[in-house]
Design a protein around this ligand. Structure first.
Ligand code: NAD
Ligand code: ZN
Ligand code: ZN
Length: 392
């Protein structure tokens, strides 16, 4: 089959790789019809490169049609339409039963000291082949795939794999009080969807970014925007909008590659000159992130407010302003999204109308073969690329 594979820094290609097969009697094989490119994929092709291996199949936002099922699978059958969550979670362990699927005890990567395996996502998370491919082997066929109805186009459901539960969790973790103001940093797919969910839940939403078409998308749906990512600008404007206090809650939908952290950017770039095996060790004990968005969040939130991180961080020795956080009495919540935890909340919003605007959320739908160009455009934010769906 054809699949998007990792070849090196900023280098993904489309290769022919072996077709996936059933390995356990609970496996299913899904023929992929749509598969998103995520901001997390951009971390993998750059900063997280030391944890990747040439030939790794990318992708963790897939949906498609079940083609083969193992002998113990009863929950889905060939021909069923399914979305595949990016967490590989068993659905039955203690963590899964607590709604903490990203910490699944069956797939936790204990030798690496990391949480549940993820599709298409580094050695730290199991090095499991991903879903930017024609076919995907999906374990836990009775509990992992999300069955969705036939009828609406893939756009309606594909974001259940990641964008929707990630953004839903970010908004829930932010716990903005009724009548309060939520500030969303970053208007990539995750930040954009956070603004839509928060507005749907009746919150006042303000968002910051600098990419014109991303700001325009948010404005068009009624979000107040701050067209800057400079900390002083953002903190100044949000205080002006909130009687000088700051936002009740802030979502950081940016993560480890924020604009405006030149020192850390240099350190991240320096990793490129060390051999990857050595660099992986260095990163595990001494890695640092670009903390510009995180620091803005800490300053922009009001005293006693909440900061919710959905942006991914990978640093081991980040200089976090704990004194400031302690003094301001900030609550901090974060983590990979627990996809299944939020599916029952989200699914009704997809089958009964389209209040979140998922039908025209994608800016680009391209054949799998065009993945290298699509990655480059999304990374450079060229050609209006906000959300790209690969359609094998
Ligand atoms: N927690 C999870 O489960 C989960 C799931 C999916 C994605 N993510 C993470 O969410 C983050 C966003 O993903 P995305 O797909 O929207 O990516 P993206 O790269 O398209 O979006 C990031 C946006 O942040 C903006 N930005 C950069 N620096 C900023 C700053 N200092 N202040 C405000 N905005 C700034 C950029 O211009 C860009 O528009 C990534 O870190 C990704 O890895 C996490
Ligand atoms: Zn993702
Ligand atoms: Zn589990």
């Amino acid at each position: 089959m054809r699949a998007v594979t990792w070849h090196g820094r900023a280098d993904v290609q489309v290769d022919t790789v072996p077709d996936p097969t059933l390995q356990e009697d609970t496996d299913v094989v899904v023929e992929i019809t749509s598969s998103g490119i995520c901001g997390s994929d951009l971390h993998l092709i750059e900063v997280m490169a030391p944890f990747m291996t040439k030939g790794d199949v990318m992708g963790h936002e897939p949906m498609g049609v079940v083609r083969e099922v193992g002998s113990a699978v009863t929950a889905v059958k060939p021909g069923d339409r399914v979305v595949v969550p990016f967490n590989i979670s068993c659905g039955t362990c203690w963590m899964c039963s607590q709604g903490l699927q990203s910490q699944c005890e069956t797939t936790q990567n204990r030798e690496q000291g990391f949480g549940a395996s993820l599709f298409g996502y580094t050695k730290l998370y199991g090095q499991v082949p991903g879903g930017q491919a024609e076919y995907l082997r999906v374990p836990f066929g009775n509990t992992l795939p999300i069955k969705v109805p036939d009828g609406p186009s893939d756009d309606r459901f594909v974001y259940l794999s990641d964008v929707l539960p990630t953004s839903w969790q970010a908004v829930q973790y932010a716990a903005t009080p009724p009548g309060g103001t939520l500030l969303v940093l970053g208007l990539g797919p995750i930040g954009d969807m956070c603004t839509r969910i928060a507005a749907h839940l009746g919150l006042r939403v303000v968002a910051s970014d600098v990419v014109p078409e991303r700001l325009a998308r948010a404005t068009a749906r009624g979000t107040e925007v701050i067209a800057s990512t400079d900390q002083d600008d953002v903190v100044g404007e949000i205080r002006e909008k909130t009687d000088g206090r700051g936002a009740d809650a802030v979502i950081d939908a940016v993560g480890m590659e924020a604009h405006g952290s030149p020192g850390a950017q240099l350190a991240q770039k320096a990793t490129a000159i060390l051999p990857d095996a050595l660099m992986a060790q260095v990163m595990k004990v001494a890695g640092i992130d670009r903390l510009a968005a995180f620091n803005t969040a800490i300053e922009a939130v009001r005293r006693g407010g909440t900061v919710s991180l959905s942006g991914v961080y990978g640093g081991a020795t980040d200089p976090v302003p704990l004194m400031r956080m302690f003094d301001k009495q900030i609550q901090l919540r974060m983590g990979q999204a627990n996809v299944w935890r939020w599916v029952p909340d989200i699914l009704p919003l997809l089958v009964d109308g389209d209040p979140l605007g998922v039908d025209d959320f994608a800016t680009h739908r391209v054949p799998l073969e065009q993945a290298p160009q699509a990655y480059a455009d999304f990374r450079e934010k060229k050609d209006g690329a906000v959300k790209v769906l690969l359609q094998p």
